[in-house]
Design a protein around this ligand. Sequence first.
Ligand code: DGY
Length: 330
Amino acid sequence: MKPRVFVTRRIPERGLKKILDFCDAEIWEEELPPPREVLLQKVRDCEGLLSLLTDKVDAELMDHAPKLKVISNYAVGYDNIDVDAATARGIAVGNTPGVLTETTADFAWALLMSAARRVVEGMDYVRAGRWKTWGPMLLLGQDVYGATLGLLGLGRIGSAVARRARGFAMRVIYYDPYRRQDLERELNIEYVDLDTLFQQSDYISIHTPLTPETYRLVNRERFKQMKCTAILVNTARGPIVDTMALYEALRDGEIAYAALDVTDPEPLPADHPLLSLTNVVICPHIASASVETRSRMAEIAADNLIAGLKGEPLPAPVNPQVVPGRRQAL
Ligand code: DGY
């Protein structure tokens, strides 16, 4: 008999086919995530769960699913999962690192450039029929070439963003709790403390996971340290930034611009005060959304799921100390 799994949204075919070949899979076909009560009920008899970052996978859910052996998250980030609770129960957790690095770094740059050169404001201007002539003072932005880029976090994606900065002759500084002298040499970047990062950067791009330590790390005090011409880019997780403090900093000219792929809350309601500002670009969490990358994420997510069901090590484990297939009762 094939193992029963629940897949909380339709994912690209390359991964889905593998899952359907190996598992007795139920796929949630709606655009919106399964409501909590439905999710709890769906996982009850499942050995595997393929979750998205919009699904809260906590101890309560795990206890509703006594046969659950593996949780495969279709994302590199896994702040939606209580990994300690999974580990305590012997449930393997997997994620999708690596395959989305370059695509996400590309998008961080797309956001940075569109904020620096006011691309979205330009489009709005043209669409509104306001383009009457060439203007010497029209939509003046800021130079990227030669500016200082501050990276908050130097993991895979932060490093990929730094690599791209070389073509713009930027000074790149970074802060990360783990200093990487190998990368400092390879990428010609400088390690600085957090105060220096916020004070000296023309652009700050966030590439750190969401953890209790990084929650609202970018807050009112940090905005006060930043240059009034600074641009903040966030492709990591919304709650790393204090949204109301960001709104006030943008409104009061404490910083110049923000370019966000992630927000807090997410989705951002259409009547949110941030959307009343012109010095902000917001996208709906699409930094990894290229056709190829989403397919590769689907493949890894499927491989993690199937390995966990077979009792084999996951190709991309979050809690490698768990031996898959040995679910423990608490
Ligand atoms: C992730 O993978 O964590 C991104 O936020 C979505 O691809």
